[in-house]
Design a protein around this ligand. Structure first.
Ligand SMILES: Cc1cc2nc3c(=O)[nH]c(=O)nc-3n(C[C@H](O)[C@H](O)[C@H](O)COP(=O)(O)OP(=O)(O)OC[C@H]3O[C@@H](n4cnc5c(N)ncnc54)[C@H](O)[C@@H]3O)c2cc1C
Length: 387
C-alpha cells in the first residue's frame, strides 16, 4: 500500500479533533482528518443537545485562558457558519453554606469557583437563598444555600459545534475521511508511521483525539484514564415556559455535602428539562449499555429532581448515554507521550467541551510549529504523574 504524507493527520473528529482540524486548515498545509464513525454522532462524548460553559472554572484556574479564548472562538464560528452555538443564558452554582461541595475532583467546588472568579475579574453575583428563591422560584431550596451566578455562563450545542467546525475546515481546504479507523502507529528511523484500516501514512505531525477509545488504543502504555457510562435524562415540566432559557439558567447544584449529592441541568430547549448527575461505573467503550432503563430515570428523578425543580414531572421525554474519559483529579492530558509520536489530547473528565475550541487552536499550533503553546503546559503527562 503506498504511504500518504499529509503535513498533519488529525485522528478522531469529535469536539477536540474537529476544532484542531479547523484551526490547522487554510494555512497552506495538507491537513487530513479521519474518524472511524461520522461525527457528530452519538457513540462518544459529544452529543446530547447541550454542554455547560462557564468562565470561573472551579476545576482549576489553569483552565480559564482556554475557556475565555473558546468563548471568543465560538462567537467567531457562529459568525462564519450562521449557526447558533453558544447561548449565554447565565449559570448558577449552588451549594449548602459551610458544607463541602465535591465535584470534578475538587472537594470545595463552590469556593474554588468563587475564588477563580475573584482572581480573574469574572463578572458574578453572590446570592443567598432568599435572593435565589426570589429570582428563580423554580428551585426548591432547603434555605441554607448560597449561589454563585455568572451572567456569561450558559450552554453550547455540541453537535452543531462539531458540524460547523468540520464544514468550515473543509471549506478552508482540509480533507475529511469518515469510516476510517486508526489501528496503530510507530516511530521508526523515518519518523511517524500511522496505520489505519484503509491506508498507511507518514504525516509530519499527528494529533490523536479519540476520546473514550484512547485507553484501548494506548494499551499497556495507557496513562491512568477511566471510561465511565453517563446518563442524560430529559423530564417534562408542567409548564415549559417556566424553564425557558429566558427565565432559567444552567445550574450545578451540590444539594448535599457527600460525593454524588450533586446534579446539573439546563433550561428546556424544547424537548424537556435535561438533567444528569455523575456516575462512577467504569465501562468498556465498545460494549457499553446504550439503552437507559426506566428505573434509572425514576431513580434520577426521585433522588435529585423531586422537590428541587418545581413542576418538573417524572415523565421522561428522552434519555441518552454518553462516555466520560476521566483522568485523576478530573484533569486533562494533552501531551506527546513518545518522542516523534502523535500529540495525545484527552480532554474530557466531564468538563472538556467548553474548552475544546481553544484546545483545538492550541493543538493545531503545536502540531504545525513544533512548539507547545504555554496554555497547554499545565496538562502535561508529568502533571498526571505519567512521564
Ligand atoms: C454526559 C456528559 C456530559 C458532559 N457535560 C459537559 C458539560 O456540561 N460541559 C463541558 O464542558 N463538558 C462536558 N462534558 C465533556 C465533553 O463533552 C467532552 O470533554 C468532549 O465532548 C470530549 O471530546 P473528544 O473530542 O475528546 O471526544 P469525542 O467527541 O468522543 O471524539 C472522539 C472521536 O474519535 C473517534 N475515534 C475513536 N477511535 C478512533 C479510531 N481508532 N480511529 C479513528 N477515529 C476514532 C470517534 O469516532 C469520535 O468521533 C460532558 C461529557 C459527557 C459524556
Amino acid at each position: 500500500m503506498p504511504e500518504r504524507t499529509p503535513d498533519l493527520l488529525v485522528i478522531g473528529l469529535g469536539a477536540v479533533g474537529s476544532a484542531t482540524l479547523l484551526h490547522a486548515a487554510g494555512q497552506g498545509m495538507a491537513v487530513l482528518g479521519i474518524d472511524r464513525l461520522a461525527p457528530p454522532h452519538i457513540h462518544g462524548s459529544t452529543h446530547g443537545e447541550s454542554r455547560i460553559t462557564r468562565l470561573a472554572i472551579g476545576e482549576g484556574a489553569e483552565y480559564v485562558p482556554l475557556v475565555r479564548r473558546s468563548h471568543a472562538l465560538w462567537r467567531e464560528l457562529e459568525a462564519a457558519s450562521g449557526r447558533s452555538l453558544y447561548r449565554a443564558c447565565g449559570g448558577l452554582v449552588l451549594a449548602r453554606r459551610d458544607a463541602a461541595s465535591p465535584m470534578h475532583g475538587q472537594t470545595g467546588f463552590f469556593d474554588n469557583t468563587l475564588a477563580v472568579a475573584r482572581a480573574h475579574g469574572i463578572a458574578h453575583e453572590l446570592l443567598g437563598a432568599p435572593a435565589i428563591a426570589a429570582r428563580w422560584p423554580q428551585f426548591g431550596l432547603a434555605g441554607d444555600e448560597r449561589g454563585y451566578f455568572e451572567p456569561e455562563a450558559g450552554y453550547l450545542r455540541p453537535e452543531e459545534c462539531v458540524a460547523a467546525q468540520l464544514a468550515l475546515a473543509q471549506e478552508r481546504g482540509a480533507r475529511v475521511q469518515t469510516g476510517e479507523r486508526l489501528l496503530g502507529w510507530q516511530v521508526d528511523g523515518r519518523g511517524l508511521r500511522v496505520e489505519t484500516d484503509r491506508a498507511s501514512y507518514r504525516p509530519r505531525g499527528a494529533v490523536l483525539a479519540v476520546g473514550a477509545w484512547l485507553p484501548g488504543l494506548l494499551g499497556a502504555a495507557a496513562p491512568p484514564l477511566r471510561v465511565t457510562r453517563q446518563v442524560l435524562h430529559w423530564f417534562e415540566p408542567e409548564s415549559a415556559g417556566d424553564y425557558a432559557e429566558e427565565r432559567f439558567p444552567i445550574f450545578i447544584w451540590n444539594w448535599g455535602p457527600a460525593p454524588g449529592e450533586v446534579f446539573y441541568g439546563f433550561p428546556d430547549l424544547g424537548g424537556g428539562v435535561k438533567v444528569a448527575t455523575e456516575l462512577d461505573a467504569p465501562c468498556d467503550t465498545d460494549r457499553v449499555e446504550r439503552s437507559v432503563r426506566a428505573a434509572e430515570s425514576a431513580a434520577m428523578h426521585a433522588r435529585h429532581v423531586a422537590g428541587r425543580l418545581r413542576g418538573v414531572s417524572a415523565r421522561v421525554r428522552r434519555t441518552a448515554t454518553c462516555l466520560y474519559t476521566e483522568a485523576p483529579g478530573a484533569r486533562f492530558l494533552v501531551d506527546r507521550l513518545q518522542a516523534g509520536g502523535p500529540i495525545i489530547a484527552s480532554a474530557c473528565s466531564g468538563h472538556g467541551f467548553k474548552h475544546s475550541a481553544a484546545l483545538g487552536e492550541a493543538l493545531a499550533g503545536w502540531a504545525l510549529s513544533g512548539v507547545r503553546p504555554e496554555v497547554l503546559a499545565p496538562f502535561s503527562a508529568r502533571g498526571l504523574g505519567v512521564a
